[in-house]
Design a protein around this ligand. Structure first.
Ligand SMILES: [Zn+2]
Length: 343
């Protein structure tokens, strides 16, 4: 399996986040993909390629143009106010406030274009976002050209990013852009299977009223876990999209025996939808030792995820999402890929 990866993600580093009342160094560390890439080489999964540069025209079909226009300007707007550190929002247009008028000042804009304080900007953030987007599209091209699978080693991740908002370490929704590109390049139907510990709220929002992209999400119950405000089982799509969004919320402490039952059901629904290609939002923060998560999957479980997805017999694009137990992220993410390969 070919992997696509860009060193340009490294500029997105030293960003801060707000956790349990404290401003702390972000968990979404630049070392994360390094451990994955090292593991790919150790098990000889396949070559690691640099991405081609892609236009944002496909991204503009799943994101709002004004949001895509805003992202590259954040750092300049922030430093123009004499600031450094991490550009973070602190005010959001929640119930009772107006969410339809973008303010002019940077603090207002950051709140308008986000849903939490989990997607800060430093100097290299936009370049990292763009390279991650390019990684996803380049890997999508490998699958579209006829290979059985490819791995987009994206950083930053994407599945919390909606049509016009960042959050949860995510800015551009790489899996959504890849799914759209595959639709535009021959696939009649695409399924996105999101196995990250957290609900992929952005992916759900983007495709919620569409029938051409099925979205299946396995995740911690939003009654207990981030992102809290989406991901319930009764969210099944709307309009033409009715029935094409499926959520599998699970409680804290979920282990393989329980989690794999949701995977089995999701795979049977996916098979019935008969997509031309599968996009897997691959988060490995379901791991028992993940520092910000509360599921109980073990290292030996991850290859079984890959094997089950392989049994669908469909072209498959893996897109890296979360996973924060930094050293084990390599073993576990590549465990899924090697399981898919039958290794
Ligand atoms: Zn996650």
């Amino acid at each position: 399996m070919k992997t696509v990866f860009s060193p340009r993600h490294l500029g997105h580093s030293s960003q801060l986040e707000l956790v349990a009342g404290a401003i702390v160094p972000g968990f979404e560390l630049p070392s994360r993909p390094k451990f994955v890439a090292e593991r790919i080489q150790a098990v000889e999964l396949g070559p690691i390629l640099e991405p081609d540069v892609h236009e944002l025209s496909t991204a503009a079909k799943v994101h709002r143009q004004d949001y895509l226009d805003f992202l590259p300007t954040v750092w300049d707007r922030w430093t123009a106010e004499g600031r450094s550190g991490t550009a973070l929002p602190f005010t959001w247009p929640t119930r009772g406030l107006r969410g339809d008028v973008p303010p002019a000042f940077i603090d207002g804009l950051l709140g308008y274009y986000s849903f939490d304080a989990g997607a800060g900007f430093v100097e290299g953030t936009w370049d990292a976002i763009k390279s991650s987007h390019d990684v996803a599209l380049t890997a999508a091209g490998i699958v579209q050209a006829g290979e059985r699978s490819a791995f987009a080693l994206c950083r930053p991740p994407g599945h919390h990013a909606g049509a016009a908002f960042a959050g949860g370490y995510c800015y551009i929704n790489n899996a959504a852009v890849a799914a759209q590109w595959l639709r535009d390049n021959g696939a009649k139907r695409v399924s996105i299977l999101d196995v990250d510990y957290h609900h992929g709220n952005g992916t759900q929002e983007i495709f919620y009223s569409r029938a051409d992209v099925q979205v299946l999400n396995l995740h911690a119950d939003p009654m207990q876990e981030y992102p809290y405000f989406l991901g319930h089982a009764d969210e099944r799509g709307s309009g033409e999209g009715e029935g094409f969004n499926l959520n599998y919320p699970m409680p804290f402490g979920t282990n393989w025996a329980e989690w794999s039952m949701s995977l089995e059901d999701a795979c049977s629904r996916l098979k019935a939808y008969a997509p031309d290609v599968v996009v897997v939002s691959l988060g490995v923060d379901t791991f028992e030792k993940d520092p910000i998560s509360k599921f109980k999957l073990k290292t030996e479980d991850f290859p079984k995820i890959g094997a089950r997805i392989a049994a669908l017999g469909l072209p498959t694009l893996f897109v890296m999402e979360g996973g924060y137990a930094v050293e084990e992220i390599g073993v576990n993410a590549v465990g899924v890929l090697a399981g898919f390969e039958g290794a």
